[in-house]
Structure formats: structure tokens, C-alpha cells
Design a protein around this ligand. Structure first.
Ligand code: XLS
Ligand code: NI
Ligand code: NI
Length: 435
């Protein structure tokens, strides 16, 4: 059964088109810097926002009109698989991401949950084979169920810890079954409410223990997806351990997990942490740990994770530039961790929202490629740091100077000539690059 009968596969039609269901910028086969757009962008659709989000908020009930509800939870789950792959195919997205609880009902016991997961992932596997759509990453939802009120790997309750470990094991088994290219850990409730009753070091040691078990198990089953940690500063926990990219890198280094983990960075999480998205990407890149991205945008007037579809061309261009500087994002990708606004409640909004996000990233790719080809930022930075390329600056870099030699130098050169950045002019020039 087709859920979007009247909508054909979305095609590139350019900016003159009046067709809502067309790409205006994303032309998958078009080459940018010698590589197809689709291979630069590696778009993935998120199962949770697309299939299970109902449009409710703390003040209102569900509003989303969806036609995939069946008579039982399992029937609904199966219908969702069909609808989901129809959406991915119509959008031409080659990857997808999901949590265990997004795809199958949890039932009344862990055993039942696992059996449901086996049945549904069989169906997903069939669909993947039919369509060629691949699994970018899966993950275990260890934050929604009441057992996780005090966290999963950071819980105070060892039975809860064991339950979380079982979910991770199953997640890795599923990753192997479906050929997952990455596996994500987002520490939804791995944080704390108050230090009055919390042993921070103990909790973080336990989180690292679980990660080491995951590495050991994936080695044992001979399937090693790229492991990714997804930082977020708050929400749902007040203080989350994976606050931002820098904090998460400190954790990775402290627990000797370097080389085993990279980062999955989300735009809205960056702004919640008080950073720009490009800042988070640049931090990860400086550690050679930029693994994948969750594409969305927040609302700077609101203090929570609104997970809006990305439509801001400047922000997205600066993010895309970091991806190009990284030499691409593979084996990661661009996952739309984004949901339609409450007022966009029709089924077709799911397609329109993704088209908007994909077009925005396509614009960003074109702009970022031009910035790179023109050496826009390279030249700016080269000029800005020029004093370190010659004379005393070059000596500092070469390790030839010390406090005494520099003091001797400074005594003779204390009338320092400073240069203006002309940053407003730079920003205006940058605007010329936006597609
Ligand atoms: C929530 C996170 C979550 C992860 C996957 O804010 O972004 O959706 O991406 O668990
Ligand atoms: Ni995310
Ligand atoms: Ni998020």
C-alpha cells in the first residue's frame, strides 16, 4: 500500500519550478568539486521524528494526521516500516537512522521486546534489500522508559544498568544484521539533577565501563560500526555529562577511548551549549573526531531543543564548509534529526520539510565549495597570522625562543603596530557567496 499515492519521486526542477514537491537546489547527480552532491551529503531520515512524533506538546494533544495506525501495536509498526521506506525512496535519501523503541513495541518484557525487534528488523532488512537504502546508524533509547529516571549507564541501580547493557547488545546485533555503518550513543539521561546525592566520578566511570563492553562485544561479533557519542548540554538532564564537543573529547581521552569513538554533532545541541554549530564541528575536527551530523536548527529565542528543519543558509554554509575541510563526512552522514512544527500536521509536510532541509544543505554545499575554491577563509587566516610566518614569529613556532630571548626582543620592539580586522567588510563579502 502506498501512503503518498499522489506524490511521485521528488525530482530536481530548479528555482523556477512552481511544484511544491520538487527540489529547487538538491540535484543528487550534479557534481560539486568532482563529487556527486548525494555523495557529499549522504542524507539520512530519522525514524523517530518522521514516524512516531505526534505533534503533541506540554499544552496540547497530538495533531499529526497519520494513516499508518493498525489494530495492534505490531501492525502499526509494520505499516510504519512500509511508509518510512516510501518516504526515503520518494526523497531519494540513501540512509536512515532509528532507536530500538521507534521501530518495535516494547511489549511486557524484555524478551517480548527483543522478539518484536527481530520480527520488525527482518522486515526492515527486506526493505533495505529491495530499495538499496542503508543504515547510517541505530541506537538504543535508554531515556524514555520510567526505569531510566536516574539515567542508564549513570544510574544508581545496577539492575537498570544491566537492562541498558542488554539494549546496547541488541542494538549491536541489529547493527550487524542490517550492516549499520555507525552506532550512536546519546546520553539522554546520563547526567545529574543535584550533587547532593550524586557521585559524578562514579557515574562517569560506569558510563566508560559500558562503552568498553560495547567495544568488546562488537569485536567479538566481528562487526565494528564507527561508534559515535552525541553531545548535548541539557534537556532532559539538567547537567549532562556530554555537555559539548570539548567536554566529550575530554571524556574520550580520559578513559582511553580515542580512536574508538568519534562525535555525532547536532546543530541545536551546539546552540543550547552556547556555541555555534561550526564551532562544535571545528572542535571535533581539531581532534580528528568529526564523525557524523544531526542536521536541524534551534530557535535562539527559545531555550530548548526545538529540532527544526534546517533552513538558515548562512549557518548551514559554515557547517558545510567544516564538512568539506574534514574531507567529507563518510562513513557518517547528514541525518535530519528534525521534526515538523505543530502547525504542519499533514502527512505531506513530512516530505515538504525534508525537501526544505535537503535544499538548504544543497545550497550550503555549493556556497561552501565556492568559498573553498576561492580560498576565502584560507587567505583571511593566512594574512591574519602572517606575523608567525616570518622573523620572530617563525622562531616561536620553531621552538627556538624562550621567555628571556622574547623579553630581549620585546624590549626593542615595544611600539607595536596593530591591524584592524575589517570584520564587517568580511561579513559583507561572505554574503555574496550565499546561494
Ligand atoms: C536528542 C537527540 C537524539 C539523538 C539520538 O536530543 O538528538 O535524538 O540524536 O538518540
Ligand atoms: Ni540528535
Ligand atoms: Ni537533539
Amino acid at each position: 500500500m502506498a501512503y503518498f499515492k499522489n506524490i511521485e519521486k521528488i525530482k530536481y526542477e530548479g528555482t523556477d519550478t512552481k511544484n511544491l514537491f520538487a527540489f529547487r537546489h538538491y540535484n543528487p547527480e550534479e557534481e560539486v568539486m568532482g563529487k556527486k552532491m548525494k555523495d557529499h551529503l549522504r542524507f539520512a531520515i530519522a525514524y523517530w521524528h518522521t514516524m512516531t512524533q505526534d505533534g503533541s506538546d506540554p499544552f496540547g494533544e497530538s495533531v499529526n494526521k497519520r494513516s499508518w495506525f493498525g489494530k495492534t501495536p505490531m501492525e502499526t509498526s509494520k505499516n510504519r516500516v512500509n511508509a518510512f521506506f516510501e518516504i526515503c525512496e520518494k526523497l531519494g535519501a540513501e540512509y536512515f537512522c532509528f532507536h530500538d523503541v521507534d521501530v518495535a513495541p516494547e511489549g511486557d518484557s524484555l524478551e517480548e521486546f527483543f522478539a518484536n525487534l527481530d520480527e520488525i528488523t527482518d522486515l526492515i532488512k527486506e526493505k533495505m534489500e529491495q530499495t538499496g537504502i542503508k543504515l547510517l546508524w541505530n541506537t538504543a533509547n535508554m531515556f524514555s522508559h520510567p526505569r531510566y529516571v536516574n539515567g542508564a549507564a549513570s544510574t544508581n541501580n545496577a539492575d537498570v544498568y544491566a537492562y541498558a547493557a542488554a539494549q546496547v547488545k541488541k542494538g549491536l546485533d541489529i547493527s550487524k544484521k542490517l550492516g549499520g555503518e555507525n552506532y550512536v550513543f546519546w546520553g539522554g539521561r546520563e547526567g545529574y539533577e543535584t550533587l547532593l546525592n550524586t557521585d559524578m566520578k562514579f557515574e562517569q566511570d560506569n558510563i566508560a565501563r559500558l562503552f568498553k563492553m560495547a567495544i568488546a562485544y562488537s569485536e567479538k561479533i566481528g562487526h565494528k560500526p564507527q561508534f559515535l557519542l552525541e553531545p548535548k548540554p541539557k534537556e532532559p538532564s539538567k547537567h549532562q555529562y556530554d555537555f559539548d564537543a570539548a567536554t566529550t573529547m575530554a571524556f574520550i581521552k580520559h578513559y582511553d577511548l580515542e580512536g574508538e569513538f568519534k562525535l555525532n554533532l547536532e546543530a541545536n545541541h551546539a546552540t543550547l551549549a552556547g556555541h555555534t554549530f561550526e564551532h562544535e564541528l571545528a572542535v571535533a575536527r581539531s581532534y580528528n573526531a568529526l564523525g557524523s551530523i544531526d542536521a536541524n536548527q534551534g530557535d535562539l529565542l527559545l531555550g530548548w531543543d526545538t529540532d527544526e528543519f534546517p533552513t538558515n543558509v548562512l549557518d548551514t554554509t559554515l557547517a558545510m564548509y567544516e564538512l568539506l575541510e574534514n574531507g567529507g563526512i563518510a562513513p557518517g552522514g547528514i541525518n535530519f534529526d528534525a521534526k515538523v512544527r505543530r502547525s504542519s500536521f499533514e502527512m505531506e509536510d513530512l516530505l515538504l520539510a525534508h525537501i526544505a532541509g535537503m535544499d538548504t544543505y544543497a545550497r550550503a554545499l555549493k556556497s561552501a565549495a565556492k568559498l573553498k575554491e576561492d580560498r576565502f577563509f584560507d587567505d583571511l587566516k593566512e594574512k591574519r597570522y602572517a606575523s608567525f610566518h616570518k622573523g620572530i614569529g617563525a622562531n616561536i613556532i620553531a621552538g627556538k625562543e624562550n621567555l628571556e630571548t622574547l623579553t630581549n626582543y620585546a624590549l626593542k620592539h615595544d611600539q607595536i603596530e596593530m591591524e584592524s580586522s575589517h570584520i564587517e567588510y568580511v561579513k559583507s563579502l561572505l554574503n555574496d557567496y550565499l546561494v
